[in-house]
Ligand binder design. Sequence first.
Ligand SMILES: [Fe+2]
Length: 495
Amino acid sequence: MRKKFLLLLALLFLLAGVIFILPAVRDHAPEQTKESATEETESTTETESETPTETETESETETEETTEEETESPGDPVDREKVETHLIIASDTHYMSPSMTDYGAAFDSLVNSNDGKVIRYQPQLWQAFKSEVLAANPDALILSGDLSLNGEKANHLEFSEKFHEIEEAGVPVYVIPGNHDINKPDAGEYFGDQRTDVESVTSEEFREIYADFGYNEAKSEAPDSLSYLVELNDTTWLMMLDTTVCEPENEVYGEIKEGTLEWMEECLKEAYAEGITVIPVGHHNLQRLSRVYVEECVIENCDEVLELFERYLTPVYFSGHLHTQKVMKHLTEPGMDSDTYGIWEIVSNSLILPPCQYGTVTLNTDGSIDYLAKIVNVSSWAAANGETDENLLDFSSYTENYLQTVLKNQIARKLEDVPKELREVMVDFYTDLYKDYYAGVPISYSEKKNEFGYGLWVRYMDPSTEFRQLDGMMRDSISANNHAEIPNPIHLKRP
Ligand SMILES: [Fe+2]
């Protein structure tokens, strides 16, 4: 009986288990499923989040690949007939308003310690230049920096008014700053025997003063400099580059800022894809062009800028700053064939330094470019305009004599230990060389070396800074720097 009762009790427990525990297990099961679903969801989310990570990785890889691809080659260039385009380009005008001086002792001191700029006749020189620009009627007049003497606000304001006159006659004017234009601590005026500090301009003021000469017409502007791009016509863009360093204070050297470099690449890429020729212009040089001036002339990050221009087969870069006339093709390797592409650089010498010249540029329909430097004919302008000043009527003789006088005084002071009669021979040798060097006239090194004057320089001044400069001028100017015939880069081999 007791056994039967225990068996019945066991059956009752079993039944209760079936009735109460199984549903509980069943109810719990979805929780487990939820949990596992949650885990799955999380795992899915992780998987999904991994997927985008993979996608990012892929896109990074793609970006890297694209960048590498772009660095290697931007693709085939577009061969397209170009619109014939005519430009006039001048540099380092260093404008000084007549209202900033009485041409007294302080002015004399300024010009006598200078490099031979004919500041005294600058207004007339500009008038003569302007008449030649208007007669040529180019598609643009370009000024590649150092617009003012030393960044004086008054000089900038008066000079910009002169550009209005040129634009009103139908020639657009485009400017960029040079290292003498913004935040210059030595901006000055010259009265009596006193040089007095005057107000210079900030970058914002420069942009405002010259708003009508580039900035208001720009297709686009760089984010971190006063650089801008202008569409001259359907096949020609002008890239005006601000290479100056003016903040926190004015520096002589130049650079292309990071944001400007990125902006340049966007512009160059777009132009390349459409078969548009980009003509870049900056104040500082792209290449080391001078043995005489080796410091603070070349853009600090020139290698990066060169590589960028050459990637997009840019034909030529125009600069100034040196005050000498130079033409040079960039050779990526020594002994490079003439049918291998390299960007050309043309440096315009200072418009105000004898022989007072500027460049004429023709972009031909076949994509080739011709460059020729021209001397401003001040004498014929003076005659045509009733001028009576003999210096203006025979301007080339006047400027030659003026340059020699200024230089003779400067160089003679360095040769005080040389016997007087020999010193004069050395001074003449130096000034003749200087005149040709700045004008871009070819100089025969071997012929010059055989001259008596050179022998005296070797004897009395080697080694010295002056001798190094003299020798540098002789070595720099073996070929002519006043003209260039630049082929269409797309017909040349890439290096
Ligand atoms: Fe200059």
